[in-house]
Design a protein around this ligand. Sequence first.
Ligand code: AMP
Ligand code: TRP
Length: 343
Amino acid sequence: MTQDKFTPRVFSGIQPSGGLTLGNYLGAIKRFVDMQDQGGFETVYCMVDLHAITVWQDPADLTRNTRELCAGFIASGIDPEKSILINQSQVPEHAQLGWVFNCVARMGWMGRMTQWKDKAGKNSENASLGLFGYPALMAADILIYHATHVPVGEDQKQHLELTRDIAAKFNHDYKVDFFPLTEPVIEGAATRVMSLRDGSKKMSKSDPSDMARINMTDDADAIAKKIRKAKTDPDALPSEVKGLENRPEARNLVNIYAALNDQSVDAVLRDVGGRQFGEFKPMLADLAVAKLAPISSEMARLMGHPDEIDRILTRGAERARAITAPILRKTYDIVGMVPPVSG
Ligand code: AMP
Ligand code: TRP
């Protein structure tokens, strides 16, 4: 497989299934902005509304959350001129290629996905078929652009391995060299931001406790309060990374500081090693407020102009389809589907 025949292209997506958290920002969006700005890639970022409805979404909430997610992307620095910004349902080729991949992927592969097992739980008989097939649609999101790089948080690693398996099986079954084997990009100090209440659990928009997460819409007081109350241990901060072993809560707060400040964890510990949490938490709160407050106020401003957001998404879908329509047609040709004729 020759990977260098593919245009360097980044794709990633986030579900509009609730508000954005600091985990989404540091694990995903901030890195989307970096990849957009570093140059050398075409960048496509997506609100995956079709994925969101694999579990029940109130329609009015879905609409609002999609616009708010779009506002979050833009407020964080995604430029709709530089990047293609879309919602998945406006680019029908995602779902169309998703169907083809439903026929390539195997039941056994899907059944082994830990996110499926976590989300469906013991009640899998009652989960939607869409939730089970979710990773095949995710593979289609990526491969309908022939994307070469996908920045995500740690929790998506297994889905990206499956994306490579689907591409490889398609190429093998149809004896083509058509889909790239996409590289996951899981980098930085905050690929897994943990709950502020329990260092063994991921920070999540679905956590029942709002104190467990920082929302991108939280105001300065809320951010400071949540950091002040974050669970920690009684010891001082170490001067080296080794000293964070078996201290998940301490490690999490240091990781968050490092990621927000664009520093390595080593560099942060050189500065703050030896300090107590009573001193470190206010430093972290000030940093978080300084970085996040401008984003949340810009999000609020944009949410006052939903028509502007909708125009950006419509334009993004037009640009996206210039890439996706030819790739879908070529896929159908490979599979043997008779094309329409002109005239
Ligand atoms: P989701 O909100 O599940 O659609 O996730 C969107 C993106 O944010 C994915 O790339 C996730 O890996 C990333 N993400 C979500 N939660 C976290 C977290 N706690 N830490 C780091 N990345 C996260
Ligand atoms: N499954 C991802 C999540 O829950 C969201 C997603 C859907 C995605 N399609 C994608 C991420 C394609 C990267 C690329 O976070």
